[in-house]
Design a protein around this ligand. Structure first.
Ligand SMILES: C[S@@+](CC[C@H](N)C(=O)[O-])C[C@H]1O[C@@H](n2cnc3c(N)ncnc32)[C@H](O)[C@@H]1O
Length: 245
């Protein structure tokens, strides 16, 4: 099945909201894939964040890689986290850019945004803002941020080229995109609508991501590494980097 077929036969948003509301409210449940602080530790998150952020920041985290391994965030930069979930990466970004910077979390699941707000409050962040919004239509001005990060979320969009166009639009010239996401691993194209929300059937091959990034106008797009995280036998976490000219 190619991406166009997937897009017309599945309507994933309801399933996504249902699943990620469950993860926000019942983090103790087994969803069949890695989550939480131990998962983040396995993916190479810095000990300083694992130890300093409160447990509520990690319990609903569903990282598939570590986007902070892809390059530094600098003091006073504006950063957007697409599909921020319960806000662990958002808090790390807000702490890295400091009070002169800004960290904006975007998520389509209201329960995740509510939890991320609680987490940001618990961490004492004044420079974090959160929006219930779709990454395909960002509530942000053109050329308004230096960095876009994301972790395990872009694969969930049925309109990935729109997402990359939106990222390009909101980045300042020279802005950086650094994201972790699930990609298709191997030639097996079999997929099912039921597993879209679990980061399986919405995945594409890494080369497709590089083509979409290039079509959106990005330069220096690269697949940096595979993370080893899996949601199915034919999916694997991957780290990508690109920049706006
Ligand atoms: C696998 S979770 C990852 C959450 C977070 N990035 C983390 O590392 O814990 C994917 C998140 O993406 C959100 N999401 C899915 N599709 C989205 C969309 N089109 N726009 C914004 N958020 C979306 C989901 O609600 C969910 O919170």
């Amino acid at each position: 099945m190619n991406e166009a077929d997937v897009n017309t036969t599945c309507s994933p948003t309801d399933g996504i909201r249902t699943l990620y509301t469950e993860l926000a409210i019942h983090p103790e449940m087994d969803f069949g894939w890695g989550k939480g602080k131990e998962n983040a530790r396995r993916l190479g998150y810095d000990k300083r964040w694992l130890e300093s952020l409160p447990d509520i920041a990690w319990e609903s985290a569903a990282a598939v890689g570590n986007p902070f391994a892809l390059g530094p965030l600098r003091s006073s930069e504006a950063v957007v986290d697409l599909g921020c979930g319960a806000g662990a990466d958002l808090c790390i970004a807000a702490l890295l850019v400091g009070n002169a910077g800004r960290a904006v979390g975007i998520d389509v699941t209201p329960a995740m945004i509510a939890k991320a707000r609680n987490v940001a409050h618990a961490v004492g962040l004044d420079n974090a803002e959160l929006h219930v919004a779709d990454m395909e239509t960002l509530p942000l001005a053109d050329a308004s941020v230096e960095v876009v990060i994301s972790n395990g979320a872009i694969n969930l969009s049925a309109h990935k080229p729109c997402v990359f166009k939106e990222i390009f639009r909101v980045l300042k010239p020279g802005g950086r995109l650094q994201f972790a996401d699930m990609v298709r691993d191997g030639a097996d194209e079999a997929s099912s609508c039921g597993s879209w929300a679990d980061c399986v059937s919405g995945t594409v091959e890494p080369q497709r991501y590089l083509e979409m990034l290039s079509a959106a106008g990005f330069m220096g797009s690269e697949l940096v590494a595979l993370t080893g995280y899996r949601t199915a036998a034919n999916t694997i976490g991957a780290l990508f980097r690109a920049r706006k000219p």
